[in-house]
Design a protein around this ligand. Structure first.
Ligand code: GTP
Ligand code: MG
Length: 450
């Protein structure tokens, strides 16, 4: 911990289209190589990585950074491209304090990039855009880990022109999405303009610049938001519920406020009554390693925000990803009420008739429901989880043909459900992009009516 301040580590979420380089970027910052170890190099789970300020200074080539900045470091969350970044929310807003939107410079904006921007707009989260894979520009002359200006100077005029053009296109796309932006070194006021940082996650070029921009944003925008009571009861968001050998169901969570101790009573949101249980063990990955790839955890007695931690405790089987979690140090009933209230804030209003929707987390379900509400499409039932046989049976009983439909966002159709659906009149829509789901559904309704 940084003794100079009571500022917690800012939480930085990396968002972007599949394969645009989220994991590679974090690997590079961390100096490890998770991407090559992953099946098909696809991120299967969400992970969190803490990067302490001294490592950031080293990467920036500025040993004085720790004295200049009062945030203790950065906590990076990697969300897989097919995953709902929206699921990561905290009380009343987005879980991330800052966001990196990553764009493949050669491909430009993609559906998931646009969706990220919509969500950032709604939550008003400060962000920086990274134009990745600049080393793929034909004729690129790489200098490992060099700052942007240094490597830019080493490029031929042709390469410079291509790079400028690509950045210009991204600035145009951002403008269309409702944001003023410029290449980061031309931005004077980051409150009014979004910085675009050209980088290569592979060669590390531009990463010092990115880290500097992030630190600056964190410092500038977040001083008030990041002050916290390090000794207060822990508050967090569940990333994932995972079965671990010898431990049973465990939860990976991001603690964004206070302190969590071994033995603490914790209250966790669920689809029914909140779950009350006691922390049996707190398991922590080491600095610069990632929750999802670390198989040897070390036990700790307490953790302080912001951090990623695995919690082992009884009765975690039915916890939903995206749920709020709170330590209850005094009056447990009061904390149960608080958790209930937090869940009510993200309750989805349902009608007697309408669509059945499923999503992978509470947050993604909420995002889908919001978009449907905007289209005035009613929802009959909204649930977290894969599409199951039970869902098919339930929806079979619906008479209105336009609502004999299940919409799945970031979920699977379980095999027996698939089979059952084939022999029914139920229409399934499954996708990783919300507006694709809504467009597909609307199109299908139009066709049916025609
Ligand atoms: P998902 O987790 O599946 O959404 O993808 P991701 O955004 O994490 O992308 P990932 O980091 O796995 O990168 C996808 C592919 O692009 C991998 O083969 C990387 O090696 C490659 N890649 C990423 N960044 C760069 C870069 O800066 N330059 C080059 N040449 N290749 C890159
Ligand atoms: Mg990835």
């Amino acid at each position: 911990m940084n003794e100079k301040s009571n500022l917690r580590t800012p939480i930085v979420s990396v968002m972007g289209h599949v394969d645009h380089g989220k994991t590679t970027l974090l690997d590079k910052i961390r100096g490890t190589t998770i991407t090559s170890g992953e099946a098909g190099a696809i991120t299967q789970h969400i992970g969190a990585t803490e990067v302490p300020i001294d490592l950031i200074s080293k990467k920036c080539g500025d040993s004085n950074l720790a004295n200049k900045f009062i945030v203790p470091g950065l906590l990076f969350i990697d969300t897989p491209g097919h995953h709902a970044f929206t699921s990561l929310r905290s009380r009343g807003g987005a879980l991330a304090d800052l966001v990196i939107v990553i764009v493949d410079i050669n491909e430009g904006f993609m559906p998931q990039t646009k969706e990220s921007l919509e969500i950032l707009k709604r939550f008003k989260t400060p962000f920086v855009v990274v134009a990745n894979k600049m080393d793929r520009i034909h004729g690129w002359n790489p200098t490992q880990d060099a700052p942007f200006s240094a490597t830019y100077q080493n490029q031929s005029q042709r390469v410079k022109d291509i790079l400028d053009q690509k950045v210009y296109e991204i600035v145009g796309e951002l403008y269309e999405a409702g944001f003023n932006s410029n290449r980061y070194d031309r931005v004077t006021d980051f409150q009014r303009n979004i910085g675009v940082v050209p980088i290569s996650a592979s060669t590390g070029e531009g990463i010092p610049d990115l880290l500097m921009v992030l630190m600056g944003l964190a410092q500038k925008f977040l001083e008030s938001d990041l002050s916290y009571d390090a000794d207060g009861p822990g508050v967090g968001t569940v990333l994932e519920v995972k079965e671990e050998k010898g431990l049973g169901a465990t939860i990976d969570l991001i603690l964004y406020d206070g302190k969590l101790r071994k033995g603490d009573t914790i209250v966790i949101g669920s689809s029914g009554e909140p779950i009350k249980t006691k922390v049996r063990a707190l398991l922590k990955p080491n600095y610069l390693s990632e929750i999802r790839t670390e198989d040897k955890f070390r036990q700790v007695n307490e953790v302080t925000a912001a951090t990623g931690v695995k919690v082992s405790a009884p009765d975690l089987e039915n916890v939903l990803a995206g749920s709020p979690i709170r330590a209850a140090t005094g009056d447990v009933d009061r904390v149960v009420d608080e958790v209930k209230k937090e869940l009510e804030d993200i309750k989805i209003s349902t009608e007697n008739t309408g669509l059945t929707i499923k999503a992978d987390t509470i947050g993604s379900l909420e995002a889908l429901a919001n978009e449907l509400a905007e289209e005035e499409i009613p929802i009959r039932k909204a649930e977290v989880g894969d599409i199951s046989q039970r869902d098919i049976i339930e929806v079979s009983a619906i008479e209105d043909q336009y609502y004999s439909v299940i919409i799945g966002f970031n979920v699977k159709v379980l095999p027996d459900a698939k089979e059952k659906a084939q022999f029914s009149d139920i229409k399934l829509f499954v996708n990783d992009v919300i507006y694709k789901l809504i467009d597909d559904y609307k199109e299908w309704v139009e066709e049916k009516k025609a």
